[in-house]
Ligand binder design. Structure first.
Ligand SMILES: Cc1ncc(COP(=O)(O)O)c(C=O)c1O
Length: 255
């Protein structure tokens, strides 16, 4: 049964298309959740207007997606792919799992299930913890985030890292170092609580992609500053749901 004392404080999602982040609009309307957009620290488009390559697959395409409601976003967080790559080793190697159970005392069943977190899932979880720390959240405060996909998709990446960084000899000492650096010491670095100037700065960055490169009119681009635009868009979602269902019926996809 739901605990009536629980309060939703934040919705955290890394942004690829920013489709998932859209759930934040609803969670803010209904529960007052802060909306937290996450990106790879190695390609910090929102945080630092930066650029670069990273290995958190599925997120961050070096632009601000057209469907990202930037002016409703409250916090931006950068998570390093150093953390996601290495926590993936901690969560999925025999030595890593042994360390988590035997040295950190984490329940074996929980540890067994950590394989369900792929890179962007680990990124989301790390950002959720950073958010909870930055907002000084307590035991009755809830943060929602998403486990996007599982680690089994990234087996070749894992083997590559094991070979290049650990000479294929990953041990409990390595697991301990990873846990200390990337789990126990998760901090509030590279986290920005946005004010209006911060939101404007990120919103305006989208101009170059959408207006200059993709031919969206300035009027259509600017309309997205106003929450009424998004409120109107939300009234269309039942019709979109029907279209998705129709498509699935026609193509035999069941959900
Ligand atoms: C593995 C993974 N993580 C995160 C995302 C980002 O989700 P969204 O596109 O809804 O922002 C995607 C998107 O395809 C993905 O494939």
């Amino acid at each position: 049964m739901a605990n009536p004392d629980l309060e939703l404080k934040a919705f955290v999602s890394a942004s690829g298309s920013a489709g998932t982040l859209g759930a934040g609009d609803r969670l803010k309307d209904d529960f007052g959740a802060e909306i937290v957009a996450v990106e790879a620290l190695e390609c910090p488009t929102m945080l630092y207007n930066g650029y670069g390559e990273h290995n958190i697959q599925g997120i961050g395409d070096k632009h601000i997606p057209l469907i990202h409601n930037v002016m409703n976003t409250d916090i931006v967080v950068g998570v390093s792919d150093q953390a996601t790559d290495r926590l993936n080793l901690l969560f999925t190697t025999d030595e890593g799992k042994k360390f988590l159970v035997e040295e950190m005392g984490i329940d074996a069943e929980i540890v067994m299930n950590l394989c369900h977190f792929g890179f962007s899932s680990i990124c989301n979880m790390t950002a959720a913890i950073k958010t909870a720390k930055a907002l000084n959240l307590g035991e009755n405060d809830v943060v929602i985030t998403v486990a996007t996909d599982g680690s089994e998709l990234y087996e070749s990446e894992k083997q590559q890292l094991l070979q290049s960084e650990f000479n294929s000899d990953f041990n409990m000492g390595h697991a301990s170092e990873i846990a200390s650096t990337f789990l126990k010491e998760i901090n509030t670095e590279h986290l920005l609580q946005l004010d209006e100037i911060g939101r404007e700065r990120i919103f305006n960055l989208g101009y170059y992609t959408w207006v200059e490169q993709q031919g969206v009119s300035v009027e259509d681009f600017d309309a997205r500053r106003d929450q009424k635009f998004w409120d109107y868009l939300h009234t269309m979602t039942p019709a979109w749901d029907n279209m998705v269902e129709e498509f699935n019926d026609q193509t035999g996809v069941t959900v």
